[in-house]
Structure formats: structure tokens, C-alpha cells
Design a binder for this molecule. Sequence first.
Ligand code: SF4
Ligand code: SF4
Length: 369
Amino acid sequence: MKTSAEIAAFVSDAAHRAGFDLAGIAPATQFPEHACFPPWIAAGRAGEMHYLEARGEDGRFKREALAQIAPWARSVIVCAMNYHTSPASDAAPDDSSRGWISRYAWSQRDYHDVLMDSLRQMESALHEFAGKPLETRCYVDTGPLLERVFARYAGVGWIGKNTCIINQQLGSWLFLGVILTSLELPPALPAPDRCGSCRRCIDACPTNALVAPYELDARRCISYLTIEKRGEVPEELRAGMGRQVFGCDLCQDVCPWNGQAPVTAAPELQARPKLVAPELEWLATITEDDFRDIFRGSPIKRAKRSGLRRNAIVALGNSNQVHFENCLVALSNDPDPSAASHARWALRRLRTACPGAAAKQPADPPEEP
Ligand code: SF4
Ligand code: SF4
């Protein structure tokens, strides 16, 4: 019979051998945070992410109670991998002709695959360690469970006011992966909340998506708008999107716990130079072939070419760069109706910000139908 300390040491060692930076154990139970999920959905804050509303056999949301998807689970091992590659100032100068792709999408290989390989390695070690038959299941990001809640109770980090998991040493640039197991393992202590009176993330959010501390309205969040939202981006939110073309790091960039965040050594998570602050004009006009080739094995594919172009067009409108006017005039006639309508908005915005622009361009784009 292993002691709690031996089990905790095994989990930590196995996680490090598999390439994780942190790991902890939470009991497979329901926590107070789970109770916030149904009202969050009921308030419509999940927007069009209807997959979050999947229900179990008893009619409750699957994300509300782990027992609905894995009644046999007794423990949740939560693993975290640092994906921080460089400070924002080094990564991309503040150049409004370049877009911003969220850091988590820069990696050489899709993080889902990287983490799943590491989880599988840990899973095998766990089976060996247990020395008896047991059930396990691994998830990276796509399972119907609230990883952050279990991460908190596994001691990996606290849930910050920006709703991200924050670790006192590593900050919040963390990918999470979980292993559900039928083994009853000794749980860690939950990580204490260290946000204190800080509210930098709330103040920095350009679309007021953090409607209160720890409360995100996804419909206003740039991550949702640039990745999950199809079709038209609500006009009143476009200016706030700034130069974000895929995801948004602003509420993490300002977090003081990320000020000294260490840089990851994981080779597969190093940044692809092409994805760090890409040229907006290139993205707005990217061909189908280039999109497929360049974003192969990248989470950016989730936005699809149409969504990425739409986002880049919005960013062109926000750029204050008069030399993008001709590009936007051409895009106003784009065969993709979403690209065309966003380009007409972007052109109006650019011309308002740079009054000299329209004078140089006699041909106005066609009016929106
Ligand atoms: S990711 Fe961006 S838009 Fe979303 S809450 Fe953070 S700062 Fe606001
Ligand atoms: S910026 Fe401040 S309030 Fe927001 S998550 Fe970080 S420490 Fe917490």
C-alpha cells in the first residue's frame, strides 16, 4: 500500500517525465464552481458555442457533474504545460499593420496532439504503478468537463479574475490536460486565490467581456469573436478587437503573475515565426492553398479561412494606416459576402480615422445591400 506522499511524488515525477511542468490530483466530485455553469448558460453568455450545452441522461449539463460522463471516476489528475515563449515586447513590436495571433496557437505542433501524447505516457505509467486493472480517460480541452475547476482543486493554480488558471511560479500561459481515473488518489490542497485587489485584467479588456471579477461574457470576448463566431461580428465590438485576428492575450499580458513567467523549453511548443504578428494585408488576402499549407497542424484552422480573413479585415479597419485603403476598397467587392461587408465597415472606419484617405481614392465601394 502506497502512502499519500508516495502517490503524490509518483504523479509529479511521471508528469515531469512526460513533459508537463505541473500536476496535481483533485477528487472526482462536484465543486461549488460547477453550480455557476447552468446560470452562465441560461444567461446566454456562451453565445453560439452550443456544444457547451450538451446534457447527460438525467437532463443536466454534462459539464455540471463529472458523474454524468464518467461515473466510475474517483480522481482527476490535472497536468499543465507551460507554453510561454517570449515576452510580448520581444514577440511583436506594437505595429498596427500586423495582427496578433494568441500565443497558444504559435506552436510548431497543435497543442492538443502534444498534450495528448504526454497524457498517454502518464496514463501508461499510472496503469503500471497501480498494478491492478483500472479505468482511465484522457482529455485535452475538448472533453465535456470544466478543466479549470479541477485544476484549482488539484492545486495547479487559482482561477483568476480573468477566468484563467494562474500558477504562482509559472503564471497563466498554461495548457491543461486531465486524466480521469477509477483510482482513489489523495487529493492536493486547492490553490489559494492570489488576485487580491488587482483588477488589471478587467480594466484592460477592450470589449468589457469581463463583466465582473471571475465572470466572462463570451459573446463579448475577442477569443470567442475571432475563433468561434461565424458570420458577422457585431459592429459595436469591432473597434475593440484592435489587431487581434485569432484569440486575445490582453488580459493575460497585463497580469502581474505573468511578469516573470518562465519560457518553455518544449521544442514542439516553440513559436513558428510566420505566426507571430503576421502582416494583416497578407492574412486578409490569403489564398485557400496558403491557408491550408501554413496552418496545417495548427488550432488556427478552427477559425477557417473565411473567419481569419474577416478578422484581419476588421484589424485593417482599426489600423489607422491610410495605405490599407486600396486593399480595403478591393476587398469590399470580395466574393465572400462576410469579407465584403466587413471590408466596407473597415473602410468607413479607416476613412473616419484618416480623413485624407478618401480624397486619394475616388472610387467608393458599392453600398451594402
Ligand atoms: S481574452 Fe481579451 S476580450 Fe476576452 S476577456 Fe481577455 S482581454 Fe477581454
Ligand atoms: S490581472 Fe490581477 S485580477 Fe486579473 S487575473 Fe491577474 S492578478 Fe488577477
